[in-house]
Design a protein around this ligand. Structure first.
Ligand SMILES: O=P(O)(O)OC[C@H]1O[C@H](O[C@H]2O[C@H](CO)[C@@H](O)[C@H](O)[C@H]2O)[C@H](O)[C@@H](O)[C@@H]1O
Length: 254
């Protein structure tokens, strides 16, 4: 029996509100700011969240970035265009009102998308998500296909050179060369994020590189959700707890 099976992972402590003071705040989106929904399109950004983010952005003198697996085009279409955005797991970057910086869509991604469609056709509940420079295969609506979806994505990654990105009930194929950790490091070198202490809040495996980069740079990560092996130092239970935590920063003079 493995050691992890014998000893349950310890609960991480909740983050002290004082961490928000002087923070350069990196926020994951799905599962952190917005609850997980059945499908990618089922997520709505409510006015309360936008107000909270705007207040924090003001209190932190602009040191707030949303770092998501979603493409920047999608984040903007969700109403998040007034914030500094890192999209597609750190591959894309955009300042409010400015052009998106990032690689072009590769032919290999189109081929992967065709292969995902061929696999998903006739299997109700599977969903292919076409993203600007990547493609996802979601099995939240048909978890019985999880293993085969994973096998397929691994095979395509091995022959195409695309990076396999695991997510919540999701496999994704994308160009390599960046992750949420590299996004944190790049953003911390320049205004508005430089000068703050990085604090990364996220729930998914793609957020682990963000937690590690924040810790390396003298800050910390906050894991949203149950205990797991993580580079985060603190945890919050769920989206509502994240919003409550952030609201303490929004009303203080930070
Ligand atoms: O880095 P994130 O902002 O957390 O984005 C990660 C992925 O989020 C979305 O998928 C996840 O959320 C969906 C809506 O709640 C859910 O239906 C799905 O099962 C989750 O995997 C998004 O669709 C992906 O593109 C992001 O990579």
């Amino acid at each position: 029996m493995s050691e992890s099976a014998l000893s349950p992972l310890p609960d991480l402590p909740p983050p002290p509100p004082a961490l928000l003071s002087g923070a350069a705040l990196f926020l994951d989106f799905d599962g952190t700011l917005a609850p997980i929904a059945d499908t990618p399109d089922g997520v709505v950004v409510d006015g309360e969240l936008l107000d909270l983010l705007a207040q924090l952005q003001g209190a932190l003198v602009g040191r707030l970035a949303i770092v998501s697996g979603r493409s920047i085009a999608t984040l903007r279409s969700l109403g998040l265009g007034d914030f500094l955005l890192a999209g597609t797991h750190g591959l894309e970057l955009a300042h409010p009102g400015k052009a998106i910086e990032g690689p072009a869509r590769l032919p290999a991604v189109d081929e992967a998308e065709a292969a995902f469609h061929a696999f998903a056709d006739g299997k109700p509940g599977l969903l292919v998500e076409r993203k600007t420079i990547s493609v996802g295969l979601h099995f939240r609506g048909a978890p019985q296909w999880a293993e085969e979806a994973d096998d397929l994505a691994r095979r395509i990654a091995a022959r195409s050179g695309l990076a396999l990105q695991l997510g919540k009930m999701l496999v994704e194929l994308r160009p390599g060369g960046a992750d949420k950790g590299s996004a944190v490091r790049a953003l911390m070198e320049k205004a508005p994020m430089s000068g703050g202490t990085p604090l990364f809040i996220g729930d998914d495996v793609t957020d682990e590189e963000g937690f590690a980069a924040a810790a390396e740079l003298g800050g910390a990560g906050i894991l949203v959700g149950p205990p797991r092996n993580t580079a985060a130092a603190f945890s919050l239970e769920q989206v509502a707890a994240v919003r409550h935590y952030l609201s303490q920063g929004a009303v203080r003079d930070i």
